[in-house]
Design a protein around this ligand. Structure first.
Ligand code: ADP
Length: 478
């Protein structure tokens, strides 16, 4: 494929190097998905402590001596096919702890740390490396939000800019006293640009200055213009949308890594015997005896995920023959609420507190349904894993959940396109009703099997998303 252009992707995390959320999956998957379309993408990210042994012998391709209190050196290497530009600035990133904080909470200098990442991104975009000059800069979330801003304020040098919102709950707020230190012009400190509730938001800076704004599903893009989802930035998004600058591009999933055809009990839409074996093994593992549908939940246990509505919704489901297996960790009160269900319904409900990817795979393979009762969900992955494994998603009608699951309404069933159960509002009554419908669908083997086959046939790979990003970049190329 002929080269269409070069893209500098700027992200605070990237699979397989550092991951705390879906942003890392997107940053890590896009380069390989875009390559066949002629787009050459490199990923600029901080060299956290965990990366340092890996990058030690990578060649230096760029440097700035005075980068917020020390030298910043960009080293280039290739990790599982992805060309990574690691920003080696030990005074900012060589710390014990996570990307954003240590044992005592967020790092106090996060605005400076990610301003540095964005500053370097903007300079590389504008000036280019010795052998590589991007046509487009693609910033992800607030951590890269200042990159389009630095280009807009300091001259973009013909580089187009895109910012993607993975979760608008994180906005990168900083006090206005930092304006000068963050190398931002005071003249831009007004409500139409950097100012945000008296301070500045690094996400807002990106949203107002980037040529294009995207988010990770079409439905979330629309929701973001409403106060209940926009979290203060709804006006900014609506203004950019009015210019035609906002779009939603659904994330893909790694369909090879998440395939029912691998694993100890392989199965496919044509032969589902392995799924029954996987279910039996899973029930054995947790001492479950469930005559009806076995619902699974694999999630952070937080308010966002709607976990608090489960305890009131589940008893009728259990009475109707259902069972529940939960894997997750998070809010201690929600963990305790899940444990209480085990005491109340022994043999029908089991809970594992913790993070365990191998177990999550056994659950997606062996479960009958996956619950995703989120209050908001920019894209969501577990409903897509559920579709892959014929584990029917029961989801709230928000964000990417709405874009990926087709409700088993009579019309959708008749048309043969239904793939799960979609409910609204996000409360115990809504979920309870969805679970009653699940019991009825499960009781009809013909309907259930048809739903599973539809679910497993959904195209969920990165190809469609990559084509949409490629079209976006092509529109920005100078
Ligand atoms: P979010 O990024 O908001 O947490 P997503 O659905 O986009 O939600 O992604 C969550 C990812 O983390 C999925 O891959 C899911 O399977 C995984 N996950 C969440 N909790 C656990 C857990 N306790 N154990 C294993 N995997 C988990």
């Amino acid at each position: 494929m002929e080269l269409q252009g070069r893209v500098l992707s700027v992200a605070s995390e990237c699979v397989p190097l550092v991951k705390t959320g879906g942003l890392a999956d997107v940053a890590g998957a896009l380069p390989a998905a875009l390559a066949p379309l002629g787009w050459d993408m490199r990923v600029l990210m901080p060299a956290y402590r965990s990366l340092r042994p890996r990058i030690a012998d990578w060649p230096e391709v760029w440097r700035e001596e005075g980068l917020w209190g020390g030298a910043g050196i960009v080293r280039q290497g290739v990790v599982e096919g992805v060309t990574v530009l690691a920003l080696d600035a030990p005074h900012l990133f060589d710390r014990e702890g996570g990307p954003y904080g240590g044992p005592h909470g967020d790092w106090w200098d996060n605005p400076q740390r990610f301003a540095a990442l964005s500053w370097v991104a903007a300079r590389i975009a504008r000036e280019g490396l010795a052998d590589w000059k991007p046509d487009v800069l693609h910033a992800h979330d607030w951590q890269a939000g200042l990159a389009p801003a630095y280009l807009a304020f300091g001259g973009a040098g013909g580089v187009g800019t895109v910012i993607t919102i993975h979760n608008i709950a994180f906005q990168g707020w900083a006090p206005s006293t930092l304006l000068g230190e963050l190398r931002l012009p005071r003249s831009e400190f007004h409500p139409g640009a950097l100012e945000y509730y008296g301070g500045l938001s690094m996400l807002k800076a990106g949203l107002v200055t980037a040529d294009r704004v995207t988010t990770v599903s079409p439905h979330y893009a629309e929701e973001l213009m409403r106060p209940e989802f926009g979290m203060g930035l709804q006006g900014v998004i609506a203004a950019r949308a009015a210019e035609g600058a906002v779009s939603g591009i659904l994330n893909g999933v790694d369909t090879a890594a998440w395939s029912p055809e691998t694993g100890p009990h392989p199965f496919s839409a044509r032969s589902m015997k392995g799924k029954a074996e996987a279910r039996a093994a899973l029930c054995d593992e947790f001492g479950l005896g469930v005559p009806g549908p076995l619902a699974i939940l694999v999630s952070r246990l937080t308010d966002q995920k709607g976990i608090d509505i489960l305890p009131a919704a589940v008893p009728d489901f259990i009475a109707g023959g259902g069972g529940l297996l939960v894997l997750g960790s998070g809010d201690p009160a929600l963990e305790a609420a899940m444990q209480a269900l085990v005491t109340r319904f022994p043999g029908r409900v089991a809970v594992r507190i913790g993070y365990d990817e191998a177990l999550s795979r056994r659950m997606f393979a062996g479960g009958d349904a996956v619950l995703v009762p989120s209050r908001f969900e920019p894209c969501g992955l577990t409903q897509m894993y559920g579709l892959r494994f014929g584990t029917l998603p029961v989801v709230s009608a928000v964000g990417g959940l709405s874009d990926t699951v087709i409700d088993a309404s009579p019309a959708a069933l008749a048309a043969g396109v239904a793939t799960g159960v979609v409910f609204h509002p996000v409360d115990a009554l809504g979920l309870g009703q969805a679970l009653r419908r699940l019991l009825a669908l499960h009781a009809d083997r013909t309907v259930w099997t048809a739903l599973q086959k539809n679910a497993m046939r959904q195209p969920l790979g990165w190809e469609t998303s990559a084509a949409a990003y490629a079209a976006l970049y092509a529109g920005l190329r100078g």
